[in-house]
Design a protein. Sequence first.
Length: 367
Amino acid sequence: MPSLEVAEQLKELTSTLASVESVLDVPKLEVEVTELEKQASAPDLWDDQERAQAVTSRLSFVQGEIRRVAALRVRVDDLPVMFELAEVEGDEEMLAEAGVELESVAREVAEMEVRTLLSGEYDAREALMTIRSEAGGVDAADWAEMLMRMYTRYCERHGWPVQVYDISYAEEAGIKSATFAVKAPYAYGTLSVEQGTHRLVRISPFDNQGRRQTSFAGVEVIPVVEQTDHIEIPEDEIRVDVYRSSGPGGQGVNTTDSAVRLTHVPTGIVVSCQNERSQLQNKASAMAVLQAKLLDRKRLEEQAKINALKGDTSGSWGNQMRSYVLHPYQMVKDLRTEQETGNTAAVLDGEIDEFVESGIRWRRQQD
C-alpha cells in the first residue's frame, strides 16, 4: 500500500479529475465532435473560409480536450499500481519514478481544473493584446518590448500562434506600443488576467550613471470579434490614412505607403496595421482590430461593468497588478494574488503559467 501521505494525494487527485470531467461534460463534447465532423466533411465547407477555419479549429480543440482528459484518467488510474509495485518490490528507483509521475499528473490536472474556471461569455475566444509603454521614458519603451517578448514566448510554449498587427517603435530603444492577436481557443479567458499595469525596477541600461529606474507598461486584453457579433461600421464614420511602414522590415516593407491607420470618428478610437505586405491586407487587419475594440466598448456600455473586462491600464503607482524587481534583489510578485518567484529570468522568458493560473483562481473568487 502507498504511504498515507501519497494515498491522500492520490485520493485528492482522483476527486479533482472527476470534478474536471463533470464540468467539461465529456459525453457532450463527443456529441459536439460528431456534429463538427459532419460540418467539416461538407463539400461546400471552404466556400466560406472564415467559417471553415472556425469549424476545423473548434473540431481540433474539442478532440484535443477529449484526448487529454482520457489520457489523464489512464495516468491517474495507473498511479496507485505504480506505487504499490514499487513498495512490494522495495525498488527505490521505481518509487522515485512514481513520485515524479505523481507530480507531473497533479500539475496537468491542476491546469485542466483552471480551464474549467473559464466560463465567461467571451472566455473561449482568441485574444487581442495591446502593450503600451507608460511612465519611465526610454526604460518604459524597453520594458514594453520585454513584456511583448514575455507574452510571445509564453504563447510559443503553449503552441499558440501569434499574429502581430502593429508595432510602433520608440526613437531610442524599445516600443511605444504593439498590438497582436493570440489565435488559440480560450486565449482571451486565460490572458485577460494579465491586463493592467506592470512595473519594472532595475538598474537602467540607458543611464550612464547606473542609477535604479522604475518604469511602467500597460497591458490591455480584449476578445477577438467573431462573425456572429454583427459590428457594422458605416464607411462615413471611418477616416483612412496610409503611410510608409516604420521600423525593422523585410524587402519592400518600408518602400511603399502600405501601412494603414483607421480612425473611428464618433469614438476617436485609432488603430493601425503595418505588418502585412499590401495596403489592402493591412486595412483588413486594422478593421478586425477596430471591430474588436468597438465590440469591447459596446459590451462595457451594455453591462456597465468597466472593471470586469477592461480595467484601468493607465500607468501609475495606484493600479499596478504585478511588480518585477531586478535590483537590488530579484523578485516578481503579483499584487492581487501574492504569487511570487525569485526566478525573474524564467518569468521574462515566458514562464508565467503559475501567475496566470493564480490570477484565474483569484478572479473567480472575486465574482
